[in-house]
Design a protein around this ligand. Sequence first.
Ligand code: FMN
Length: 990
Amino acid sequence: MPTPPVADWVQIADLYRDPFPIYERLRAEGGVHWVPAVGRYLITTYDAVHATEVDQQTFSADEEGSLQIRAMGHSMLRRDDPEHYLERTAWQPTLRPGVVKRVWRSVFERNAARYLDEMVAKGPGEADLIWDFAAPFAAENLREMLGFHNVHQTDLQRWSQTLIDATGNYADDPEVWAKGKRSFDEVDAALDEMLAWHAKHPDHSLISQLIRIPDYRMPIERIRANIKMTIGGGLNEPRDALGVAAWAVLLHPEQRRMAEADASLWPTVFEETIRWISPIGLYSRQTTREVELAGVTLPEGARLGICILSANRDETVWDRPEAFDVRREVKPHLAFSKGVHVCLGNWAARSAVADVALPMLFDRLRGLSLVPERPAEVGGWVFRGMLSMPIGWDAVAPAGASVAVDAARDAAAPALAPRIAIVGSGPAGCFSAQALRRALPAAPLDVIDRLPVPYGLVRHGVAADHQGTKAVSRQFDRLFLHEGVRFVGGVQVDAAGLARLRSSYDAVVLATGLSADAALAIPGAALPGVVGAGAVTRLLNGHPDEADVPSLGRAVAIVGHGNVAMDVARLVARDAADFDGTDVDDAVHHALASDVREVHLVGRSAPGAARFDPVMVRELATLAGVEHVVHDVDLDAVPEGKDARMDAVRALAARSAAAVGDVRVRIHWWFAATPVEVLGADAVEGLRVATPAGERVLDASSVVTAIGFAAGDGCLVEPGAHADGRVEPGLYVAGWLRRGPRGTIPDQRADAKGLAALVLDDLSSGAVAIGRPGIDAFEGATDFDGWRRIDAAETLAAAPGRRRAKLRTLDALRAAAADASIALPEITAVADAGAGDGVPVTILFGTESGGAELIAEDLAQHLSARADVRVVDLADADPDALDASRIHLVVCSTYGDGEVPTAARPFHEALVAGVGGLDGLRYAVFGMGDKSYVKTYSRGSELVDEALAARGATRVGEYGRHDASGPLDVGDVAREWADGVLADAVAAVS
Ligand SMILES: Cc1cc2nc3c(=O)[nH]c(=O)nc-3n(C[C@H](O)[C@H](O)[C@H](O)COP(=O)(O)O)c2cc1C
């Protein structure tokens, strides 16, 4: 491997002024350079930076001769585990998300109101947003969180700046050292005084917390160093994030209007801000051995500058990375770092800036603007932020209304009552209706579907044996039953229909999805016997379009390794007797799959890169009578626990003959295999595939293609052509039509918020006029009561052990919808059915930094009206004392390299050590993780799941997951998951 190239053209002054063009060139030239002006190797690409963050053994934080150690003492930021971990856990309790929410948020609100008033007193044109608001606000918050009751926020500002200056004193300026030393001594003196005070007057602050830790007394010099590090790093991050966010929003009026109209977008503004200009731009690491990184060799002991500002603008990760755009697809940025040093203050910064300061600022200062004659200045590369930001405003709204931005928005919104038609009642259509209802409470909304039944893929796409996922429809029921949204069923909208809707409604949202199976482009793909996975799931779900039921014959080859392929394999291989609690169409299942003995699952990627969710694979591994054969994979290539997908594949192969029982169906797994030709004269006789071991012919009587979805006949717009959701003012797209065939049901909820903001934006800017009449009566349409009759008829007709018997033809659906003799179920019963009434629930949480605990508490509150709920930390739980009369909801994060959180390890170990004893115990799992840990995403929760299952407990409902680096609110996802699980559990026993 070559040594890194030298970038002698890079100068510090240029980096300070504008590092981005320099970083762009460095990334283009490979991403690892020796930069003489800095005396370090600069690491600039996303992948290389990420690789350093997750490997502390090689890329040590404990840098020799570190200036930071000289300036502040040896803090946890310059230590590796286990020492780092010990100190980190001492800091953690004060900064946990639950504590931020319960304790600090009100402090942030008080401080924001105070410094906003002080800034306002300076007057428009005189005030500087950074120095009159952001800096004192951040400093006062930090002072209170630390518990420095003996100093002023200006002391914190001075200490922070001088300690940071000393940390970056590469020029060895004696004056900088002297100022730093003065602050060093001042902090120590103030700290000594406060340590004594807090011993007698404990409160929620960090200093109080440090004195209270039961089993660990941190040596005083470590407390001192870490407090200084917290002062150095904890102030400028929120200050600069707030300043840059305000600047970015003022420079982008359209995005500003969106956030002002919908306060729930401020967190997105915050995340995009710190991706766009990361406040902490660079930190150091040192290699502990010679190592290859991004195609070059770094020597042992190499000093590295990890360029976060650069990684977050990597063009291989983000489109137009230089643009500030809150509507962009969310990808995991590195502004808070990843790995063991992930910013402890991230919850506090998010809350202070995104939940409190930004909404308050824009809500109270009406007409907030930059001052053209005194332009704002931005600078820095180690830390980057606003150097100054003079502002003006037109008027000041009274304090008190300030935090209630939703109320302010709602107060403005009733004036706007556009008529809106949403075409498509699947998840994208219904979530859009939900978001529009919230943003525009007075707007009449019509949701139109070509079928007399609502909910699209929830009814006809989600697998029949995954009823928990289908439970999301219950929240959609509420829209139609209680929130005045009209369901217009049985109306097909073609191009002429769309023109009519456009002239009758002020805004039209197309959410019709992608209904066709993407075609396999190989010879023979048109032979009878080649069917799409979408068609198979529609068939098994009783879709009226699918009249002919083919038999898949004795051997079926499924092309694709995504979750849809896993669904098809499971549905086909599952024994007919094993569908209790589902609404599968038994006759169709029999005709389709009863002859199947061999299934070939053919995917192009290796196991570690396959698209399936490992939990789906593990579910396949539990099917009775199904044997798995994994071909041509070296199962020992990756050690256990390092790659969740590989572990899942290994579990398939390791299944014992006793666990399988009498083999009814054999599933063959083919990885790194590309289909070449479907063989056969008049019908499918085989599938020729290219594998690393050469070409093979798989015996197949049918082929199911599960390689994605495409636009069906009559699609009204080109899918994916309108990425921001707007075709033109007044015409919008949502769901797969907007984003292409990617994203799950919860993703649609996040999209819908953006869509509602876009519509609101067009209405308030006048781009869309209000006043069209809508359409009162659609010819031949059915309504929501019609669906309720269909629902009642289907439920009544259900065979024993089945939830419903779906009506399969349009005529039958229409007849049931119009059948006045069918009594409508009680409205409340429909709205809240299956809410889990009466089933006692224990929520077990396993957490490292408090997120899972917060969600456990949120869930307890959410469920408290319907069930007796207890919340238990896995750290305090005994697996052998779990009460089988209660459902256990396990909410668990992942830590380390795909491990269970530290405090939950004894529980996990005790589970693994025991044998049996948990039969009859029902549990569900919600895994909290971060998808940027590609190989071990949410693995901690899976380990607990596997250990519970191995002891005989039964998992119920869907496997829930939340990706911390994704766009979805964890509370929303968790509540939806819990509702689904409980609905499932109740239905299963009733
Ligand atoms: C040091 C560290 C390691 C992590 N490792 C993983 C991992 O291997 N897989 C994963 O999905 N998430 C990983 N995460 C992300 C966390 O699981 C995620 O942020 C979660 O929301 C934290 O929840 P908690 O606050 O309850 O611990 C890691 C986080 C940290 C700080």
